[in-house]
Design a protein around this ligand. Structure first.
Ligand code: NAP
Length: 259
């Protein structure tokens, strides 16, 4: 399907690996020029090089911490005037509700709520002026159904979700859509790190931990970065113009809910 966005420019934050990389790949396949970002330069340059080799799009790669003001400034300087914004950052560490300190909460809120909000505040005005824009925030299934050991994620992402619910309705009249994509378990470094937590907690092997987590997913597998990227690129398409302020689960059916 032609997504109708060839020649547009996207900022995809935290995109050298995993879900952000999947979004970048799918947008590049649709002909979108990219500003990529991650902290580590090696994986970032490798992803940029792979995209340049596969697709005829322009790729700029900015190594910076997107959760810091200085890092955001560097990324936004390169992405000024972007038509599409995909927000993303690393997820907070797992733990127990009683152990997290104020600083733990502030770090999670900074990364998974205030950083995407700052990126939107920076890029939405120009999108609205041009009468076209797309924002996709990578959040988590924990927004719909809390994950006990990921309380920092449950809390911070709920804040972002509330902001998007209100803001998306204010920018939609100017041709700009904002939606959230809620990943369930996808086969990325993040999943491996959470699998390792299950290995440690239950004293089982990595294969057993993955089989145990897959058994809870009706699709009986983890999602892939390609699955995720395809959904992200569709939300950025011309065809998705009427999808506004939604929270779309990509979890293989894992969240057991009617709505
Ligand atoms: P991942 O495979 O660990 O990849 C994270 C990417 O983000 C890497 O490119 C990493 O590169 C970059 N990154 C991390 N922190 C950054 C920062 N402060 N500034 C700039 N770049 C940063 O993670 P993922 O699985 O794609 O997860 C992406 C998001 O989705 C996370 O917030 C995660 O919690 C959430 N999520 C994932 C799953 C899942 O199953 N995979 C499920 C639910 C929610 P550098 O480390 O080099 O910076």
């Amino acid at each position: 399907m032609d997504l109708g966005i060839r020649g547009k420019t996207a900022l995809v934050a935290a995109s050298s690996k995993g879900l952000g990389r999947g979004c970048a790949m799918a947008l590049a396949e649709a002909g979108v020029n990219l500003v990529l970002n991650a902290r580590g330069n090696d994986a970032l340059q490798a992803t940029a090089a792979e995209i340049r080799a596969r697709y005829a799009v322009h790729v700029t790669a900015i190594a910076a911490d997107i959760t810091s003001e200085e890092g955001r400034r560097a990324v936004l300087d390169a992405a000024a005037g972007a038509d599409i914004l995909v927000t993303n950052a690393g997820g907070p560490p797992p733990g127990l509700w009683s152990d997290w300190t104020r600083d733990d909460f502030l770090r999670a809120i900074d990364a998974n709520m205030l950083t995407p909000i700052a990126l939107m505040q920076a890029l939405l005005p120009a999108m609205m002026e041009r009468g076209w824009g797309r924002v996709v925030n990578i959040t988590s299934q924990s927004v719909k159904a809390p994950i006990a050991q990921l309380g920092l994620s449950n809390a911070a992402r709920a804040g972002l979700t509330g902001f998007v619910a209100g803001t998306s309705r204010q920018v939609a009249p100017r041709g700009v859509t904002i939606n959230n994509l809620l990943p369930g378990i996808h086969d990325t470094d993040r999943a491996i790190s959470l699998d390792s937590g299950v290995v440690k907690a239950l004293g089982i092997t990595m294969d057993e931990a993955r089989a145990k987590r897959m058994a809870d997913i009706p699709a009986r597998r983890y999602g892939t970065a390609q699955d995720f990227g395809a959904a992200c690129a569709f939300l950025c398409s011309q065809q998705a113009a009427f999808i506004v302020g939604q929270n779309i689960l990509l979890d293989g059916g894992a969240t057991n809910a009617t709505l």
